[in-house]
Design a binder for this molecule. Structure first.
Ligand SMILES: Cc1ncc(COP(=O)(O)O)c(C=O)c1O
Length: 462
């Protein structure tokens, strides 16, 4: 039985809401897909025996929820995939014996749990009242600035005069940065294959997003300049150090070129450096080259362990109070207990020890992975958390991902990272940190075999 269009006798009161919910169910069930055109208000009203006002109200509700969109002169379309976060990774725990390469995670072994348990036991005996007694950020967080600056120095930033906010990881920093640099309606440009939460976040904030052409070194400066010449660009969002799904690390020269364009057109820069410190000998952060216009963030979640949600957002000092206000209304402040724990680890060297451990573990996995893939072409960055596998001859992303799944391996399709409708760089992201070494080797062996084989006929879906 199909869900859409509904049988009028199944609609409950209020009918407009029931109609809207039926459409959402049809989208969730895959019966309606991104881009499907919906009937006009008048036609649907006629078919269902409803008033045009009822159908219009249902459509208005769906537009408000971001499930459909009206395009002037063209009609009304389903836009579920474009509006909500399309996660490249699988949700947890429903897939049995799967080797899951879909999520970007650092390596986590029993030593991490032990280290955390020891720290928590100690915290249980000497927790300072200041960590849990204040709503005032200055009072609660004063002690954490010094450790934060120490960590930022390790990331290549040595600017204590810059504005600084402590955050609950990268995502919180990214939200505050975007809210600070742009207002609803403003244009933000970024890598055409980039950060998967940027599109939905921009939509929630009312920002326009445009993906720019990338090459092996990152965003092409001429594409950036052209976008700036055509429209007012408020900010450019970049992941210059390994983090991009294509595993690019932007060389110094390219960073300089992009900074020059940003200066020429007075564009702010947001630099996501979530795992920058893991990369040895990397070029200096863009924030160090253009501190007057760069919002930079990094966090311990990727470099140390996922549950250590403690991050850092730096910005030009003149934006500090605007950013602090946005942090206040979205998060109030970093969770002080987490800040206390992480700051202790930064101060006593545990964080740096775990960072080095992570570098070695990922470096080792990169080497093993490269050996298993052999002459199959792929991109990676030193100590990076993932490989990017451009689609080998004849394979489509969907076909490759589906065949890997048949062999119990989960991958992230490149389509999840698309931020431009015109980009055509088919590939899959293979994350190296999440599984045991043994599962990593087994999974990569499957991938290597698939990449060398000819695509099979399309899978039948029942
Ligand atoms: C590129 C990128 N940046 C940031 C994050 C999220 O970082 P956090 O967990 O610190 O919020 C992710 C999560 O996968 C990511 O892929």
């Amino acid at each position: 039985m199909t869900i859409w269009p509904p049988n009028p006798s199944d609609l409950r009161r209020p009918v407009y809401r029931s109609l809207a919910e039926t459409l959402i169910r049809a989208v969730n069930a895959g019966e309606l897909r991104d881009g499907d055109r919906l009937p006009t208000h008048r036609n649907l009203a006629y078919d269902l025996g409803l008033s045009v006002q009822t159908v219009s109200r249902a459509y208005d509700e769906l537009i408000r929820r971001g499930v459909i969109a009206g395009e002037v002169g063209r009609g009304t379309f389903v836009k579920s995939g474009r509006s909500d976060a399309q996660t490249p990774f699988l949700s947890e725990g429903r897939y049995g014996e799967l080797i899951d390469f879909s999520m970007l995670k650092p390596v986590f072994v029993p030593m991490h749990l032990e280290t955390m348990r020891r720290a928590l036991t100690k915290l249980g005996t000497d927790l300072p009242a200041s960590a849990i007694s204040s709503f005032r950020t200055s009072g609660a967080l004063r002690n954490y600035t010094k450790p934060a600056l120490k960590w930022l120095k390790l990331c290549g930033l040595d600017q204590p005069s810059q504005g600084l906010l402590l955050t609950n990881g990268n995502t919180a920093a990214m939200t505050v940065a975007l809210m600070t640099v742009a207002n609803p309606g403003d244009l933000v440009v970024t890598e055409e294959l980039g950060h998967h939460t940027l599109r939905p976040l921009s939509r929630y904030l009312g920002l326009r997003i445009q993906g720019l052409e990338i090459d092996a070194h990152g965003v092409v400066p001429a594409a950036f300049a052209k976008a700036c010449e055509k429209s007012t660009v408020k900010a450019i969002y970049l992941m210059p150090t390994g983090l991009n799904p294509c595993a690019l690390t932007m060389p110094l020269e390219r960073r300089k070129e992009l900074v020059a364009v940003a200066r020429r057109h007075d564009v702010l820069i947001i630099e996501n450096d979530a795992w920058g410190p893991l990369q040895p000998n990397r070029p200096e952060p863009i924030a160090a080259m253009a501190p007057e216009r760069t919002f930079y963030f990094t966090s311990l979640t990727k470099c140390i362990m996922p549950g250590l949600r403690f991050g850092f957002l730096t910005m030009p000092e003149t934006y500090q109070s605007a950013a602090a206000n946005r942090q206040l209304v979205t998060n109030w402040m970093v969770t002080p207990l987490m800040a206390e724990l992480a700051s202790r680890w930064i101060t006593d060297g545990t964080a740096e020890y775990l960072l080095k451990w992570q570098m070695e573990a990922l470096g080792e996995r990169n080497k093993r992975g490269a050996a298993i893939l052999g002459n199959v072409p792929f991109n990676s960055s030193p100590n990076g958390m993932h490989f990017w596998l451009p689609m080998p001859g004849g394979w489509t992303e969907d076909g490759f991902v589906a065949h890997a799944r048949l062999n119990s391996v989960a991958l992230a399709p490149g389509a999840s990272f698309k931020l431009s409708d015109s980009v055509h760089k088919p590939g899959v992201r293979i994350c190296l940190g999440a599984e045991t070494t043994e599962a990593l080797e087994r999974g990569l062996t499957v991938i290597s075999r698939l990449a060398r084989s000819n695509p099979e006929p399309p899978l039948l879906t029942l």
